[in-house]
Design a binder for this molecule. Structure first.
Ligand code: NOJ
Ligand code: CA
Length: 666
C-alpha cells in the first residue's frame, strides 16, 4: 500500500471508529466506567467514574522517548473483550481468585493518523481499573519520562509514604489529596464522597518503579519513574509492555484488602511443578543482632554458632515450626556498611554448616540461608548461582536476601537496574527450587502469581525498627494493611513477647544496639503481637523474638497452632489508621486477628464466616483489660458457632487473636 492509500484507509477507519463507537467501557457490574478522549492538540486522556461520581478527572497518557514522543495521537482503533475466569494459586491469602473484567484496547496512531504507535489497554473490574502501554516499534527505545497522570476530581484524605527511589522504610503520612507533593505506591485515599481507592502498579518487570509527584499545574499527581544514573528512565525493546497502572476502587476500606486485582493482572505461573513451594512458620537467629545482644560477626556474642543453631532447631521441632533462619552464618560481615565483600558459601569457623544442615534434616526442620549483599550487586550476581547450587545440595529451600546499602555504580534500588536484578534472583532461585524472602526489595506488584517462589518481602518499616529507632506505632500497624500490604505479603517479622526491653534492660543488664535510646521498645501490647501474625499476612511467617522469651508463655500456643498455609482470608472490619479485623481459614480451622491504634476499642465481630452447623472451640488471646501492663494477657476458651458474635475488648495499642478449631478436633 502506498503512503497515500494508507493515509486514506486510516482516515476512513478513524471516521468509522468515531461514528460507531465511543472509547469507553464499564466494569462487568456497570458501576465503574473509563473514558478516553483525544483533544484537538492530540493529547490523550482517560477518566474514571464510579456510578455518577467522577473519581479521576481527565488525566494525561503518554510516554516520552529519546527516539520519539508518544504524546500526540489520534484514535485508530478500539478492541473490546470480556474475561471471566476462576484460577487457583498454590498459596496466598486466598487460593481461589476470580478474574472478571471488560477490556478496552485503544489503538493510538500518531497525530497525523499515519502510524499506529501505541496501544493503551484498559481492564475494568468490579473493584477497580488498570491500564498499560503497549509499544510496537521496530527499534529499541530510551524512555525519558512517562506522562501518566492521576487528577482527582474531588479532594480527600490520603495515606502514603513519601516518593523515594531507594527505600520504602518510611513513616506513613495522612494528608489531604491536594497536599501530597510526592508519594510512593500503593497510594491509598478516600474521596470526599467516601469512595476508597488505591493507586499502584502490577507486573513490574524490566522497567523502573512508578512513584508519584505533583503535576506542574498543581492539580494532580503524575508518574515519576526511578532514573538510571544518567537520568534515563529505561532502555526498552521496541515491542514493550509497561507494568499496569492500577486504581483499586471500593466502598469500604477493608474491601481494598479483599481484592485480587493486582494478582489478576499478573501472568499465570511459569513454574510448572510448585509442590516444593510451601508456606512456613519460622524462627531465627536474628532479633538478638538488632537488639545488640548478639553479633553477625564471629566473636564472643556471635549469634550463628553451631550450638545456638542446634538449640533453635530443637525449639522449632518441639513447637511445630517449619524453619530456622540464620543471619551472620557466612564470612564477610566485618566490612558491612563499608566496602563489603560477603562470602555466600563459606561459613564462619564456629558455624558447622554441614552438621547444622544434617541436624535440621534429621529433625524435619527447614534450614534458611541469608544473603546480605550490602548492595554489591555485581559481586552477588557473580556468586549467586554457586551459592544457590550449594544450598540446594544442603537441602535448603528458603533464602532471605538483603540490600542494606547503596548499589555500586550509583544505581538506585528501585530503578530499572534494580528491578532487573531482583528478578534475576527470583528466576535463578526457581531453578534451584529455592523460595525467596527479600529485604530492601523492589515493591510487591503481584509477580508472585507468575513466580510463586517469590514468597514475601520487606518493603516497609518492619519489626527491626522497634529495636533501634522510635519504633512503629499502633497507628502505623493499622495503616499497613490498607497501604503497603495491598501490594502483597510482607516479612514484617511479628511476635516479640519481651515487649519492653528498654526497661527490661535495667533489670536484666541487656546490651542494646543503640545505647540508651529510650524510645526503643515495642509499642503494642503482647496480645497485639499475636494478632499481628494473622493481620500482617506472610506465607513465611516469623516468630521473631529470642526463643527463650517464649518460654513459660502459654500464649505461644497460638503460633504453634497457627497455619501459615491459609486457603481463604477476609478483612472483616476496619478503618485506615484506626483498627483492623482479619480472619483466615486454613483447612477447617479459622484464625482471627484484631488490632487497634492508640485508642481502646470494643469490637463486636459476628462469626458468620464460620461453617454453618459446626461447633468450634474458640481460644481467645486478648489484652488483660484489668491490667495496665502491656505484657499481661488473658486466654479464654469457649464454644461458638457461626450464629454467635464475639466481643473483643482491646486496650490502647492492643489486640486480640483467636483460633477456631472444629469441636470434633479439639
Ligand atoms: C536489614 C534487614 O531488614 C534485616 O532483616 C537484616 O537483619 C539486616 N538488614 C542485616 O542483613
Ligand atoms: Ca530492612
Amino acid at each position: 500500500m502506498n503512503r497515500f492509500v494508507k493515509f486514506v484507509a486510516l482516515c476512513a477507519l478513524l471516521f468509522a471508529v468515531a461514528c460507531t463507537e465511543k472509547p469507553e467501557a464499564t466494569s462487568p457490574d456497570g458501576r465503574i466506567a473509563v473514558r478516553v478522549e483525544v483533544d484537538n492538540d492530540g493529547a490523550a486522556r482517560y477518566s474514571v467514574t464510579v456510578g455518577d461520581k467522577v473519581v479521576i478527572a481527565p488525566s494525561l497518557l503518554g510516554i516520552i522517548t529519546r527516539e520519539g514522543d508518544f504524546t500526540k495521537f489520534k484514535i485508530a482503533g478500539l478492541h473490546r473483550t470480556s474475561h471471566d475466569e476462576e484460577w487457583f494459586s498454590p498459596w496466598g491469602e486466598n487460593k481461589r481468585h476470580v478474574n472478571r473484567y471488560n477490556e478496552l484496547a485503544v489503538e493510538l496512531s500518531d497525530a497525523n493518523g499515519v502510524n499506529n504507535t501505541l496501544t493503551v489497554r484498559f481492564r475494568i473490574f468490579d473493584d477497580g481499573i488498570a491500564f498499560r502501554y503497549e509499544l510496537n516499534e521496530p527499534d529499541s527505545l530510551t524512555v525519558m519520562d512517562e506522562l501518566t497522570e492521576f487528577r482527582f476530581a474531588e479532594d480527600g484524605t490520603s495515606w502514603s509514604i513519601a516518593g523515594n527511589f531507594e527505600t520504602y522504610e518510611l513513616p506513613y503520612r495522612e494528608l489531604p489529596l491536594s497536599a501530597v507533593e510526592d508519594a510512593n505506591t500503593p497510594f491509598t485515599f478516600r474521596t470526599e464522597s467516601g469512595i476508597f481507592c488505591s493507586l499502584h502498579e502490577a507486573a513490574l518487570y524490566d522497567y523502573p518503579e512508578m512513584t508519584l509527584r505533583r503535576t506542574d499545574d498543581g492539580n494532580g499527581l503524575i508518574s515519576a519513574l526511578a532514573p538510571l544514573p544518567d537520568g534515563v528512565k529505561a532502555h526498552i525493546s521496541g515491542t514493550f509492555t509497561t507494568p499496569w497502572r492500577t486504581i483499586q476502587i471500593c466502598d469500604r476500606a477493608v474491601d481494598l484488602i479483599n481484592s485480587s486485582l493486582i494478582l489478576n493482572l499478573n501472568e499465570p505461573s511459569k513454574i510448572e511443578d510448585t509442590s516444593w513451594i510451601r508456606p512456613q512458620k519460622y524462627i531465627g537467629v536474628w532479633w538478638g543482632m538488632h537488639l545488640g545482644t548478639q553479633t553477625w560477626i564471629m566473636g564472643p556474642r556471635h549469634g550463628a554458632t553451631t550450638e545456638n543453631g542446634v538449640r533453635h532447631i530443637d525449639f522449632a521441632a518441639a513447637n511445630n515450626i517449619d524453619g530456622v533462619l540464620f543471619e551472620g552464618w557466612n564470612c564477610g560481615w566485618e566490612n558491612w556498611g563499608g566496602d563489603q565483600h560477603f562470602d555466600y558459601v563459606v561459613p564462619y569457623a564456629d558455624f558447622d554448616l554441614e552438621y547444622i544442615a544434617s541436624y535440621a534434616r534429621e529433625k524435619g526442620v527447614q534450614l534458611w540461608m541469608h544473603n546480605e549483599t550490602g548492595g554489591n550487586i555485581p559481586e552477588y550476581e557473580a556468586e549467586m548461582e554457586r551459592a544457590m547450587k550449594r544450598y540446594a545440595e544442603l537441602g535448603v529451600h528458603t533464602l532471605k536476601t538483603g540490600y542494606a546499602g547503596g548499589f555500586k555504580g550509583g544505581y538506585l534500588h528501585h530503578s530499572q537496574y534494580g528491578v532487573q536484578h531482583y528478578q534475576r534472583v527470583v528466576e535463578l532461585a526457581a531453578k534451584y527450587h529455592i523460595m525467596v524472602d527479600v529485604h530492601e526489595p523492589i515493591k510487591a506488584t503481584g509477580i508472585r502469581r507468575t513466580w510463586p517462589n517469590m514468597m514475601t518481602r520487606e518493603g516497609a518499616r518492619g519489626m527491626e525498627w522497634n529495636a533501634w529507632s522510635e519504633g512503629n506505632s499502633s497507628e502505623y500497624l493499622c495503616t499497613l494493611p490498607f497501604v503497603r500490604l495491598l501490594g502483597g505479603p510482607m516479612d514484617y517479622t511479628p511476635g516479640v513477647f519481651d515487649i519492653d526491653y528498654s526497661t527490661a534492660k535495667a533489670d536484666k543488664g541487656r546490651l542494646k544496639w543503640n545505647g540508651d535510646n529510650e524510645h526503643c521498645c515495642i509499642k503494642t501490647t503482647l496480645a497485639r503481637q499475636i494478632a499481628n501474625w494473622v493481620i500482617i499476612y506472610s506465607p513465611l511467617q516469623m516468630a521473631c523474638d529470642l526463643i527463650e522469651n517464649y518460654d513459660g508463655h502459654p500464649a505461644f500456643a497460638f503460633f504453634r497452632d497457627y497455619d501459615a498455609d491459609c486457603d481463604l482470608s477476609r478483612a472483616l472490619q476496619g478503618e485506615i489508621g484506626d483498627y483492623i479485623v482479619i480472619m483466615r481459614r486454613a483447612g477447617d480451622r479459622y484464625f482471627l486477628g484484631a488490632g487497634t491504634n492508640s485508642e481502646a476499642r470494643t469490637i463486636e465481630q459476628p462469626l458468620d464466616f464460620l461453617d454453618k452447623g459446626t461447633n468450634y472451640t474458640a481460644t481467645i488471646y486478648c489484652d488483660d483489660i484489668a491490667s495496665s501492663e502491656p505484657e499481661d494477657y488473658v486466654i479464654l476458651s469457649r464454644e461458638v458457632t457461626a450464629d454467635d458474635t464475639l466481643t473483643l475488648e482491646l486496650l490502647p495499642d492492643g489486640g486480640a487473636a483467636v483460633t477456631f478449631i472444629p469441636l470434633q478436633h479439639s
